[in-house]
Design a binder for this molecule. Structure first.
Ligand code: NAD
Length: 360
């Protein structure tokens, strides 16, 4: 009998709709495996937390997360937070750094029933999460963006051997586990960023030596951006630095039907966090039409990850049920939300997945 503790951090706007639906789906799958118990722990975060306790990321939330096996982080609508209050911070870069979640794993899968630019797409992009050009992540103290004069802004990028090696290992292990092309492609711009991208690619090449069963190749980011639009089917696992990955994962979502179809997890040596690629979508919040797919599948990936790292076949089987339930619902255009061409609500789509899981 295994017991896990999983956090629920709903986030903002559509997070308040899609996260509870995703939790319900995971509960439906876990109910099919009585050997597993999950204690679900609600923790305050984001704007609702700011209203309740004056902070978007309370210390009590940070402390509680350290004792969990994993957690959901809903989308964070930080652009709407008060600009002048240091207690209204964007929590997600802090969580990614504090819990050393170096790899952001973002799969892209096409579904025959969903109108999309391409079909037969099944790739995964592993993005370094905690350094790169992102100024809120790559310094111990201070900002790596600054303005020496009102007419000049400087941004600095950080690339380390340690994090490049970590994401490379995540990518090669993923390529081994996937029943696909057994290929890892490192995306870079070492033609220009000779030191930063140079180090990243060199480290990926070194790590590749440890995985002789996996083919390794590299591609310049601009060429990859074009090939991703023209022929995404040729890619299997892709590994890249933070900002390239941020942009390319949205592009990848765009070719299979949009951000509602872009799940992800953030993982490090110890922690895993389910976090979809999309933002808090204030334009559709409160209308019950947000697509819960990305958040459900982020939860599925989190369960799968915990199952693998704890060697728990039951938990992995529960995760597999979530994936199969979602696949069954995605095959029926009547059961999906409007962004995918359907007429269902967020809750309705979630309930359809729960029923599919119950019938597996
Ligand atoms: P967004 O991802 O929230 O929305 C972009 C477009 O995609 C919108 O038209 C939205 O309606 C649609 N969309 C997104 N998720 C959807 C879903 N599940 N179902 C159906 N449609 C969906 O990006 P934005 O509008 O640029 O940002 C809104 C807020 O979210 C901002 O405060 C931004 O900073 C924040 N943001 C947060 C994250 C995160 O928490 N990881 C990521 C990106 C943006």
């Amino acid at each position: 009998m295994a017991t896990y503790r999983v956090g629920i951090l709903k986030g903002d706007d559509i997070g308040l709709e899609v996260v509870p639906v995703a939790v319900d789906v995971l509960k439906a799958a876990v109910r099919r495996h009585p050997e597993i118990t999950i204690d679900w722990i609600d923790l305050p975060i984001g704007y609702p937390s700011y209203i309740d306790c004056g902070e978007t990321l309370p210390e009590s939330t940070l402390e509680a997360l350290g004792g969990l096996d994993g957690w959901f982080l809903g989308p964070i609508g930080h652009m709407a937070y008060p600009r002048d209050d240091p207690k209204a911070i964007n929590p997600h870069p802090i969580l990614r750094r504090q819990f050393d979640m170096v790899s952001n794993v973002r799969p892209t899968i096409s579904y025959p029933s969903v109108p999309s630019v391409h079909q037969d797409v099944d790739l995964v992009i592993i993005r370094e999460n905690n350094e790169g050009f992102q100024p809120d992540r790559n310094m111990f103290k201070g900002q790596s963006e600054f303005m020496p004069t009102p007419d000049m802004a400087l941004s600095m990028r950080v690339i380390t051997r340690r994090n490049s090696s970590f994401v490379a290992h995540t990518a090669f292990k993923m390529a081994q586990q996937r029943d696909k092309q057994k290929r890892v492609t490192a995306i870079h711009k070492n033609t220009v960023f000779k030191l930063g991208c140079g180090l990243f690619v060199d480290v990926c090449r070194e790590v590749a030596q440890e995985y002789p069963d996996i083919t390794f190749d590299t591609m310049v980011v601009d060429t990859f951006a074009m090939n991703l639009v023209r022929k995404p089917q040729v890619f299997d696992v892709v590994v890249t630095t933070n900002m390239f990955g941020d942009i390319l994962t949205d592009e990848a979502a765009g070719i299979v039907g949009g951000l509602g179809l872009a799940p992800g997890i953030c993982v490090g040596p110890k922690y895993v966090m389910a976090q979809a690629t999309h933002g808090s979508a204030p334009d559709i919040a409160g209308r019950g039409i947000a697509n819960p797919y990305a958040m459900i599948m982020s939860g599925q990936m989190m369960l799968e990850w915990i199952g693998k790292t704890r060697d728990d076949a039951e938990l992995a089987a529960a995760a597999d049920k979530v994936a199969r339930g979602v696949k069954a619902v995605m095959a029926d255009p009547a059961k999906v939300t409007p962004d995918l061409g359907g007429k269902n609500t967020t809750e309705g789509m979630g309930q359809a997945v729960c029923r599919a899981i119950e019938n597996l």
